[in-house]
Design a protein around this ligand. Structure first.
Ligand code: IFM
Length: 798
């Protein structure tokens, strides 16, 4: 069950590709899908975005300030590879690209995205090429392998050129003022080594600061090239481009020039291949601290040995395999299996490392606190120690009064206090989840600095966040929404200082329930009593003043008018105040079921649920930017995957297994028609256009970086298959489609492995008739803490 070499697919394919038999790779067979379909290759520090033709960019830790590889000019539809391999037939002079794009000459093509790597295989004129791009664990580099084979019957004389487009340091500047920025480059070429850095760097307030970039990039290869070039202008020439670089007109690349303004790393090898003969080189593009250290020299030497690459490849495979193995499922639905066992994890860990900031569709964003906390929550069952480390890092981004910073970057920048008020509560949620999984109560007493001086413990930060929230009360007694909550662009509801959020009330209610056992353990009973009173108050207000007959209103504006209320022409129902009423369990079952029904009735589409409906068509300053988006797009009525995934959890919590799975399937990326959806079929996108977008409905946008990955993962393991970590064991409450007669979950917990086997012969949605733990019947539905390395659990539903 645990090894992922087995065939898990049967998952559907698209007209552009399919999953590999074991589900671990997505194989793109047509070089022209509707958009670049990309992969993130990362070890948590170095990150390469790599499309199916080698497009994308790369950075170290923070895409805004430590850019390495340029993004090319890919944006959205075009995708000029930033990693390019040209081949020239020296006998005929013909040129093509092993990436296929942009020259577009090919006989065969296949790209395989896998965990941490992308392979591109193509052939043309009987020259077969395989490009392998990967980011090794434990080394800040991207590694390329180029394999050529002469499949013709005659000897071939070829030139092979590799091109990496560099953009060093602060990328906003490089893109904004390329000429000016080029004046600060410092680069050197020696035999088989390029070293490049940038002498002007800043992370804030550029007019006063001018420090050199603390990093440099080196490029070297296992097979020394006969020529190297670093001047982009000399490579492409004027009035030429990626289709026809001027330097390829000549026999040899021009010899080295002084440091150019636009940097590339180009290698040229002239090779002769007998029929059937192969040639290979490995190339590394590595990031080093910009100083002369002996370890740098050692690294360069090792990057010239093929064994280094093969070792790194193996280690990388092992890392990902272990990650895949930590939680595995087997259900009757191949699409779900393939996502849960492979791609959902790859997406989740990518989000987790970089805070959902860098993608093909946005780049200037910072890693946001709310997102980082949710991604840590997603990762908790997979790699609790990584989640714990990240939560400790996030703990540095708080103020004494409980406010959180908007962002929590990886490179020690100062961050501003957030205008969004909900952020500290996500931290409480993530910590509580982490504690249930690990029992690592010690984290609560660990102390971290505060942004405004001094320090406090994790526990104190959690309380400060809740205290602050409790203090912010509006005219109805609900939490003030201030500059906004989860729904970022609904940013003006409380601009005048009086607007209130119903969703926040539900969230605070939940967070108090989450922290209660922690406070009991801490014997903080007086404060807990205050929190409980506030929770009961909120329950009363939400039920007495926010229930609109069929659903909960979303908020109250500064003028006291409700947002998301029946009878309103636009935005009369918003999803989150329904979903989170259920998640927080703030009302009775009949209301919770009624608002869940209303969500499906008013917001349901074949692709998932829209964020609100009907979409706004007129700007409403009292609500905010959300009303400016085109109707049906983004938070204004798009099918928002993240909010839909919350709703899967809600449906399962209500015991509505059929409904939960019905929605789950609609959100899955491979269930969408690629020709309309455009985005990758192997990862979730933030949204797809909703009904109000007219003929564009169903068009996906903002791939990869979305809280959907965390929530779909946990929705399946914790709420549908229904195995949830609790303080003293694993609670088992499956809520499934009655068609699920047999399914499995294998997961680690507190150092042991649990192999769950679920039997549902009567085809029920929920309910456990009997649990057998290691051969013995168990009372109740809580599996106790582990006593041996492996526990086997049979769960009979019915
Ligand atoms: O809640 C936010 C999230 O933090 C970033 N993406 C959009 C969501 C909804 O606005």
């Amino acid at each position: 069950m645990r090894r992922t070499g087995r065939k898990t697919t049967g998952s559907r394919s698209s007209r552009y590709g399919h999953f590999s038999a074991d589900g671990a790779e997505y194989v793109i067979t047509n070089p022209y899908p509707p958009r670049p379909w990309i992969n993130y290759l990362t070890n948590g520090d170095y990150c390469a975005l790599c499309s199916h033709v080698g497009g994308g960019y790369a950075f170290y830790k923070d895409h805004r300030f430590h850019s390495v590889l340029a993004r090319g000019e890919h944006q959205r539809t075009s995708d000029l590879p930033a990693r390019l391999v040209y081949i020239k037939d020296e006998d005929t002079g013909e040129i093509w690209t092993a990436n296929v794009h942009p020259i577009g000459k090919f006989t065969t093509f296949e790209a395989r995205h896998g965990a941490g790597y992308t392979l591109i295989q193509s052939s043309y004129r009987s020259v077969a090429v395989q490009l392998r791009f990967f980011v090794p664990q434990g080394m800040d580099a991207e590694m390329w392998s180029v394999d050529l084979c002469n499949r013709s019957r005659s000897e071939r004389r070829l030139s092979v050129y590799t091109l990496a487009e560099l953009a060093l340091g602060n990328v906003a500047l490089v893109q904004h003022e390329p000429f000016y920025q080029g004046l600060f480059h410092e680069a050197r070429l020696s035999r088989n080594l390029l070293t490049a850095t940038h002498k002007f760097h800043f992370t804030e307030g550029w007019s006063e600061i001018c420090d050199p970039w603390p990093l440099r990039v080196i490029a070297t290869s296992t097979c020394p090239p006969q020529r190297m070039l670093m001047d982009r202008a000399a490579f492409f020439g004027a009035f030429r481009g990626h289709h026809n670089p001027a330097a390829l007109d000549e026999e040899w690349l021009p010899r080295g020039a002084p440091t150019p303004r636009d940097l590339v790393a180009v290698n040229q090898w002239r090779i002769r291949l007998a029929p059937g003969e192969s040639w290979q080189t490995h190339i590394a593009l590595a990031v080093q601290a910009n100083n002369d250290s002996t370890s740098h020299v050692a690294q360069i030497k090792s990057l010239r040995r093929p064994a280094t690459y093969e070792r790194a490849w193996k280690n990388t495979r092992v890392f990902w395999q272990e990650l895949f193995d930590s939680v595995q499922i087997e259900t009757p639905e191949p699409d779900i299996n393939v996502m849960m066992n492979h791609w959902n994890k790859i997406q989740l860990i990518t989000n987790f490392y970089f805070g959902r900031a860098p993608s093909y569709y946005h780049k200037s964003q910072m890693p946001a606190m709310r997102d980082c906390c949710q991604d840590a929550f997603g990762v908790v069952p997979l790699r609790p120690e990584l989640a714990g480390a990240n939560l400790r890092r996030i703990a540095r981004f708080f103020f004494a009064d409980g406010q959180a910073c908007a962002g929590c970057n990886r490179i020690d920048l100062r961050e501003k206090a957030a205008i969004k008020v909900d952020l500290p509560l996500w931290f409480v949620l993530a910590i509580a989840d982490y504690l249930r999984e690990t029992g690592d109560m010690g984290i609560l007493d660990e102390r971290f600095p505060l942004m405004d001086g001094g320090e406090s413990s994790v526990y104190e930060k959690m309380l400060a966040g809740i205290d602050r929230m409790i203090g912010l009360r509006g005219p109805h007694g609900l939490p003030l929404i201030g500059g906004g909550d989860w729904n970022d662009p609904a940013n003006r509801i409380g601009a005048g200082g009086k607007g209130e959020s119903v969703w926040l009330a539900e969230f605070v209610y939940l967070v108090i329930a989450e922290i209660e056992p922690i406070m009991r353990a801490k014997k903080d009973l007086d404060k807990l009593a205050v929190y409980r009173r506030r929770a009961e108050e909120l329950r009363k207000i939400v039920n007495e003043q926010c229930w609109d007959g069929q659903w909960f209103v979303r908020a109250f504006r500064d003028d006291g008018q409700p947002v998301g209320a029946r009878g309103q022409e636009e935005g009369s129902i918003w999803i989150n105040s329904q979903t989170w009423a259920v998640i927080a369990d703030i009302s009775d079952q009949s209301r919770l079921n009624a608002c869940t029904d209303a969500v499906e009735r008013h917001l349901g589409t074949p692709y998932g649920l829209t964020n609100l409906g009907p979409a706004y068509t007129r700007y409403d300053r009292s609500i905010g930017r959300i009303t400016c988006f085109r109707a049906g797009w983004k938070e204004n009525g798009a099918v928002f995957s993240h909010a839909s995934s919350f709703n899967v959890v809600a449906r399962a919590m209500l015991g509505r297994g059929r409904d939960a799975l019905d929605l789950y399937r609609r959100i899955l990326p491979m269930t969408k028609d690629s020709t309309r959806y455009f985005m990758e079929p192997y990862v979730y996108a933030q949204f797809c256009a909703g009904p109000a977008a007219g003929h564009e409905m169903g068009q996906g946008a903002y791939h990869w970086l979305t809280g959907t990955a965390a929530w779909m993962f946990r929705a399946m393991t914790d709420y549908i298959i229904g195995v949830r970590a609790e303080w003293n064991g694993l609670r088992v409450r499956p809520v499934v489609d009655p068609a699920w007669k047999h399914f499995k979950l294998s997961r680690q917990f507190r150092g042991s492995r649990y192999e769950f086997n679920f039997l549902n012969p009567r085809g029920v949605e929920t309910g456990v008739r009997q649990i057998i733990l290691d051969g013995e019947p168990l009372e109740g539905d809580l599996i106790p803490l582990p006593t041996q390395p492996v526990h086997r659990v049979t769960v009979k539903m019915g």
